[in-house]
Structure formats: structure tokens, C-alpha cells
Design a protein around this ligand. Structure first.
Ligand code: URA
Length: 202
């Protein structure tokens, strides 16, 4: 299922980002992953390689995963937007909206115990209106789904004081995963930008 979503992402032309991409970046990780990490959008290196978090932010993400005694091989990593915005600008609301169906389907296919949101754009997809400075490092349960907000790893590259915060938050992830229940039937949160579809947790 994740593979067929990835194949669709690679062919996607739902928004103008498709025209500037070298490779789409659907996401990667085992279908058995209990933890899904959701970043913002591919950057230069990700666009070249078609893989998430392979640049400088990705190196720090690997270090962060180490703080949680996890490796890339155990987690699923994706982004809210699957193609690189020009010049690494923030994704536009319409780009996030165009791409949102893919993330919804990835969450439904993977049924992770915990979704780690990386940065404010990813946080806004799951917990709209919540300031990251207030909610980071605190898991939020919605039935069987646990959302664990964190700052984006790239934020620590620009603001070194956030490095410690990110490491401390990530070190709490194992206990968050241990407390989380396997997701059996919880509805996947629908983004605000989409029309309401069935029962939404948000
Ligand atoms: N930043 C992101 O948010 N995602 C990536 O894949 C790389 C950098």
C-alpha cells in the first residue's frame, strides 16, 4: 500500500511544485514502523535523491533518533509536502492542501502508534493553531493515535539553543511509544484545508 502511494506521488501533478522537481520524495521506512516522523518539505539534497532528510537537517535527525535509541531502519519518515518548494521557501497552503491526501493515506496504511511532527508546518497539519513553543515535547492522545510535536531539526542549525531542546524531547520518545496503543480504528485527522470528511478528531 505504501509502495503504491509512493508510486502515485512520483507521478503527481496536483500542484506546480511538480514542474520544478528532480525527484518527488514520498517517504521511506518499513511498513511495520510504529513511529512516523513528518517533516515539512524536501530540500536540495532530498530533491536530488528522492529520499527524505538526507541533508544537514537529516544528519541531525539521525543523531536525534539515536537519542531515542531508534534507527532510520525502524521508523517511517515523510513530509507534509512531497516536492521541493523553490529556494526552500515555506510550502504554501495550497501546496499543503494538494499534497494532504497522500499523507492521510500514508497514515491510514501505516497505522503508526506515534506521529512525530517536525516543525510548525507539520504540527499545523495535525494540531492546527497550537504554538510549537508551548506544545513541543508533550504527547497528545486522540483515541488510539498519539501525536508528539517537536521542533524541526533544521531549527537547531539556525538557533543552537534548540539543539538541547530537541535532544531532550526526542529522548522522551521511547516512553511515549511505550504508552501509545496500536492504532486499530482511529480516524486519521483531517487537515483544516480539506472539507470535513466523516468524523474528525480535530
Ligand atoms: N526538511 C524537511 O522538512 N524534510 C526533508 O525531507 C528535509 C529537510
Amino acid at each position: 500500500m505504501l509502495d503504491s502511494i509512493a508510486a502515485e506521488v512520483s507521478r503527481c501533478t496536483l500542484c506546480p511544485l511538480a514542474h520544478g522537481r528532480v525527484k518527488a520524495v514520498p517517504g521511506e521506512g518499513p511498513a511495520t514502523a510504529r513511529v512516523m516522523l513528518v517533516g515539512e518539505a524536501p530540500g536540495h539534497h532530498e530533491n536530488q535523491q528522492g529520499r527524505p532528510f538526507v541533508g544537514a537537517a537529516g544528519q541531525f535527525l539521525d543523531e536525534l533518533l539515536g537519542a531515542a535509541k531508534l534507527s532510520r531502519a525502524e521508523v517511517y519518515i515523510t513530509n507534509i509536502v512531497k516536492c521541493r518548494p523553490p529556494g526552500n521557501r515555506d510550502p504554501l497552503p495550497e501546496e499543503i492542501a494538494a499534497c494532504s491526501g497522500f499523507l492521510t493515506r500514508q497514515v491510514e496504511a501505516l497505522r503508526p502508534n506515534v506521529i512525530v511532527t517536525l516543525g510548525r508546518h507539520s504540527l499545523g497539519r495535525f494540531l492546527p493553531g497550537e504554538p510549537i513553543s508551548r506544545v513541543h515535547g508533550r504527547p497528545r492522545r486522540f483515541d488510539d493515535l498519539t501525536v508528539f510535536p517537536m521542533y524541526h531539526p533544521a531549527a537547531a542549525l539556525h538557533q543552537p539553543s534548540l539543539r538541547r531542546t530537541l535532544l531532550d524531547d526526542m529522548a522522551r520518545l521511547p516512553s511515549v511509544v511505550a504508552d501509545a496503543q496500536p492504532v486499530a480504528s482511529a480516524p486519521v485527522p483531517a487537515p483544516q484545508v480539506e472539507p470535513p470528511r466523516q468524523l474528525s478528531l480535530f
